[in-house]
Design a binder for this molecule. Structure first.
Ligand SMILES: Nc1ncnc2c1ncn2[C@@H]1O[C@H](COP(=O)(O)OP(=O)(O)OP(=O)(O)O)[C@@H](O)[C@H]1O
Length: 307
C-alpha cells in the first residue's frame, strides 16, 4: 500500500504569461484530510484540475497512488471522486435522478449505490424536490454524493463549504470526518478561509500566487497559533518558581533568553502579574501573544493583500 495518495513534483501551469502554479511539491498521505488554503486565484483549482486530468501541466509531474506513468495515472483516476467548481448538477432533476444520471454516465455498476449514497449524505428524504430548489448546502451535499459514486478512496473537493452558513460548514465537516473515519477515505479539500477547515484537516498546505508556501500538520499549526502570555522578568528562575508555587501551573516554558511563555491563565493575566510582583519580581515585558488561524494565514501570505 502506498504511503502517499498524491504527490506532485515541481508541478507548473502557465497561462500565457502568468504562472497559475509554480513548481509545486505537494504531498497527501493516505488516510489524511489535507486542507488546501489560498485566496481566490491562488491556484487551488488549477492544481486540482491537473490532478484530475481536466487540464495539463506546463511542466512537472504527478504521482497518483504511487504511479507516475500517464497510463497508470489514468487508471488510478478511477479510484478518485471529484467535485470541482460548479458541480454538474441537473437542475430539473431530483437528487435521486441526478445521481442515477451520473451513475449511468460514469458506468458505475449497481443501482442500489444511488439510494445508499443519498442516505450517506443525508439527502434520502428529499423526494420529488428538484435540484434547482435545493438550498446551497443541499447542492453541496449532492455534488459530494456525485463524487462518492463508485466508492472512491480519494476525494478531491474544491471549496465544498463555499457560501455555506456556519451550521452548513459544521454539517459538511461532520460528514467528511465520517467518510474519513469510517471508510478511510483520503480527502484533499480547498478553501480560501483557513478557519473553515479548522477541526477538520489533519494537514495543511498554504498556496499563494501559484507557490506552495508551506505544508504543515495540524499539530504544527496549533503550535504556531498557540496563545500565551509573554513574560520578561528580572529573574526568570524566580519567576518560574512563583508561577509554580503561587499559580500552581507548570504550563510554561522558559526560553534561552529568559523570556517565559505561559500557556495557562490566559483568561486572567492580571492574577499572573499580581503574583509575580508580590513575589518581588520586576516585570519588563508582560503581554498576551499568539495568533489566531486567520491572522497566521494572513501573515504567511504577506499581510492578506488580494491577488
Ligand atoms: N483557463 C485559464 N486561462 C487563463 N488563466 C487562468 C485559467 N484558469 C485559471 N487561470 C488563472 O490562474 C490563476 C489561478 O486560478 P485558480 O482558479 O487555480 O485559483 P483558485 O485558488 O482556485 O481560486 P478560486 O477560488 O478563485 O477558483 C488565476 O490567476 C486565474 O485567473
Amino acid at each position: 500500500m502506498n504511503e502517499y495518495v498524491l504527490r506532485t513534483h515541481r508541478l507548473t501551469k502557465k497561462y500565457k504569461t502568468q504562472y497559475a502554479l509554480d513548481n509545486v511539491d505537494l504531498s497527501v498521505r493516505q488516510g489524511t484530510i489535507y486542507g488546501f488554503i489560498g485566496q481566490n486565484g491562488a491556484g487551488k483549482s488549477t492544481l486540482m484540475k491537473l490532478v484530475t486530468g481536466m487540464a495539463f501541466p506546463t511542466s512537472g509531474t504527478i504521482e497518483l497512488f504511487g504511479a507516475s506513468d500517464e497510463r497508470e495515472i489514468v487508471r488510478n483516476r478511477k479510484r478518485m471522486g471529484v467535485a470541482i467548481e460548479s458541480p454538474a448538477l441537473y437542475p430539473h432533476l431530483t437528487a435521486q435522478e441526478n445521481l442515477e444520471a451520473h451513475r449511468l454516465q460514469r458506468g458505475v455498476p449497481g443501482r442500489d449505490c444511488v439510494a445508499r449514497t443519498l442516505k450517506l449524505v443525508g439527502l434520502d428524504g428529499t423526494g420529488r424536490k428538484k435540484a434547482r430548489n435545493f438550498s446551497l448546502g443541499m447542492k453541496q451535499r449532492l455534488s459530494l454524493a456525485v463524487a462518492l459514486l463508485g466508492d472512491p478512496e480519494f476525494l478531491i473537493l474544491d471549496e465544498p463549504t463555499n457560501g455555506l452558513d456556519p451550521m452548513g460548514v459544521v454539517e459538511m465537516r461532520e460528514l467528511l470526518q465520517k467518510l474519513n473515519r469510517e471508510r478511510g477515505i483520503t480527502i484533499l479539500i480547498s478553501s480560501h478561509i483557513l478557519s473553515e477547515l479548522h477541526l477538520l484537516a489533519t494537514h495543511y498546505g498554504i498556496i499563494h500566487r501559484g507557490k506552495l508556501l508551506e505544508q504543515l500538520t495540524v499539530q504544527e499549526l496549533q503550535e504556531k497559533c498557540r496563545q500565551y502570555v509573554h513574560i520578561k522578568a528580572n529573574d526568570p528562575e524566580r519567576a518560574a518558581a512563583v508561577l509554580e508555587r503561587e499559580l500552581a501551573t507548570t504550563e510554561f516554558e522558559v526560553l534561552p533568553d529568559g523570556v517565559i511563555r505561559l500557556y495557562s491563565h490566559l483568561e486572567k493575566p492580571a492574577s499572573v502579574s499580581k503574583a509575580l510582583v508580590a513575589g518581588g519580581l520586576e516585570l519588563e515585558q508582560f503581554m498576551p501573544m499568539g495568533e489566531d488561524l486567520e491572522s497566521y494565514f494572513a501573515a504567511r501570505i504577506g499581510g492578506g493583500a488580494n491577488g
